[in-house]
Design a protein around this ligand. Sequence first.
Ligand code: UDP
Length: 362
Amino acid sequence: MLKLLFISTPVGPLGSGLGGGVELTLTNLAVEMLRRGHQVKIVAPAHSVWGDLSIEEIPGNLQIHAQTQGRDLPIQMPENSVLGKMWDYARTVQSDYDLIVNFAFDWLPFYLTPFFQCKIAHFVSMGSLSIALDEIMAQVAQNFPGTLGVYTQSQAATFPFASSCKILGSGIDLSMYEFCEKPDNALAWLGRIAPEKALEDAVEAAEITETKLKIFGKIQVQEYWEQICQDYPAAPMEYMGFLSTENLQQELGKCRALLMTPRWVEAFGNVAIEALACGVPVIAYLRGGPAEIVQHGKTGFLVLPDSITELVEAIGNIDQIDRKLCREQAEQEYSLVGLGDRFETWFQDLVSEVGLNDGERV
Ligand code: UDP
């Protein structure tokens, strides 16, 4: 039995959607580790709620999203930082745990690593965004080998320390997602509404194909959303709100396809596997995580990045995809048990290794 301390992202409470896919990854993993008999304590910003998971809520100001900062900007912290306080909490309870697992894509936990007695595993949830952060992560990769985990190969490749990253993928509780064989005509777009996700490309493709686009997710950057509404006043789109997994899967399942149009190197794209689990094919740019997930021509289409023309063409071909194969792929590659196996092995290897953080500092 492992005693695990999970430290959540400082950019939003769990369940708010502000943290993006890492909220789902952390909570899925917590549920699976508890099911396996491990002890898990979750530390997260105040107002975090996720089913019946017990969460140690820490008050304080949220961290600014790294993706809204320039590559060469210095690291920023607000006053009364929730990130600082979560790690202060971790410091005081560390002797009760075998392993701390960091889910924050932020400088501080990497910087603090050598100051902790308890070993720290870092789950890195985005690709490279900042020079200062890359630098501190590289130091941890070198001094604490094996402690950096990522979602995908393409995400790892954005970092100068790619070969030190453990590729862990993602997974979901498939029993929560119902397979829908006969969809309506609408397309889906799903995720945080923020510039790096390039929702406007999906809106344009929906307008050209005259197909309704249902948009689900947290409006993270309000001006960005308003700009899209202004630029495409006649587009057949409908904002459906930010839904719970239960409601989301019901609505998503009825859609003909999911459009994934990120401008950045998406680290994974949990929304892709949620769609597949409902039997919904995924049309995505051939870039980042989705390019490692979608089986072109079988469970969706991978198209030239940033090409609206190719998106439109793929939408026209969507009936070639057998929705059963989408669900099958999710079952074979993205189960919660599979996710649990990969992480459990990683955690156990780190805990059993004698090395740094065990008093054998070099
Ligand atoms: N999501 C949700 N309800 C919604 C829309 C999105 O819970 O109405 C969640 C979705 O389940 C996924 C996350 O938002 O876990 C988006 O994560 P993704 O990995 O696709 O992208 P990220 O935001 O991490 O860049």
